[in-house]
Design a protein around this ligand. Structure first.
Ligand SMILES: [Zn+2]
Length: 229
């Protein structure tokens, strides 16, 4: 847990683990090996028909879907995601992307056979405000290991989503439909696309992306998220 104590430690020892606060040793970056092993891994990439794939059943044609970690309120993964999204810790997205790719690769996951990575786009206004798209940083970590190119041009977010907090699940689904637009399909025809997101909750955002892409001839879509709530 990122306690006041570990925050204090980080202040005096910037090379301390983001989770437990202990000083990092050589080869460790941001998270110590012990904490990295200790994170709640889902192992879903080794499980056909896993709960992430089930989110899209009857909604989209998805080849493979998985999420690396289990997201729990108040848990370690929440603080990692928070650091990635709100504290400009882009590097953490990159490092976790690398770690995910190493594990998928070691387990010969079919996700590694994707031709092209598309990070879920942010609305331009939101991206300007945050200064970066956290999913692009996860994607670039993945690219550095799997050498799959990233496309941030072909798919765009055309409408910003309003806050999801007070909406029912059904309203959330309505809210995210038709918010993505294919800008150009040239680069995507007959490709196996890997969509990247930070947190999957209902799956509605990914579903809206997949919906927008589904008209492209010969396209196949897989999904990889850093975490699933
Ligand atoms: Zn640690």
């Amino acid at each position: 847990m990122p306690t006041i104590w570990s925050n204090l430690l980080n202040l005096f020892f910037p090379n301390a683990c983001k989770i437990c606060g202990r000083p990092l040793i050589e080869g460790e970056e941001q998270i110590c090996l012990e904490c990295l092993c200790d994170l709640p891994h889902t192992g879903y990439h080794k499980q056909a028909g896993n709960p992430v794939e089930q989110l899209f059943t009857g909604k989209n044609k998805i080849e493979y879907a998985t999420a690396y970690l289990r997201y729990e309120k108040g848990g370690k993964v929440q603080s990692l995601v928070h650091s990635l999204k709100y504290h400009e810790n882009k590097e953490l997205g990159y490092l976790l992307g690398r770690q995910i790719a190493r594990e998928l690769n070691a387990d010969h996951s079919p996700i590694c056979t994707a031709d092209l990575i598309i990070p879920v786009p942010l609305h331009p206004r939101k991206k300007r405000k945050r200064g970066y798209n956290q999913s692009e940083w996860i994607a670039s970590g993945i690219r550095s290991i799997l050498e799959i190119p990233i496309d941030t041009q072909s798919l765009a977010r055309v409408t910003p989503t309003s806050s999801q907090t007070h909406k029912t699940i059904y309203e959330r689904w309505l809210n995210v439909y038709s918010i993505f637009n294919v800008v150009s399909s040239e680069n995507l025809k007959n490709k196996h696309i890997l969509l990247i997101d930070d947190v999957i909750t209902t799956g509605a955002t990914i579903s809206a992306c997949a919906q927008a892409l589904s008209e492209i001839p010969g396209i196949r879509i897989s999904v990889l998220a850093l975490s699933v709530a």
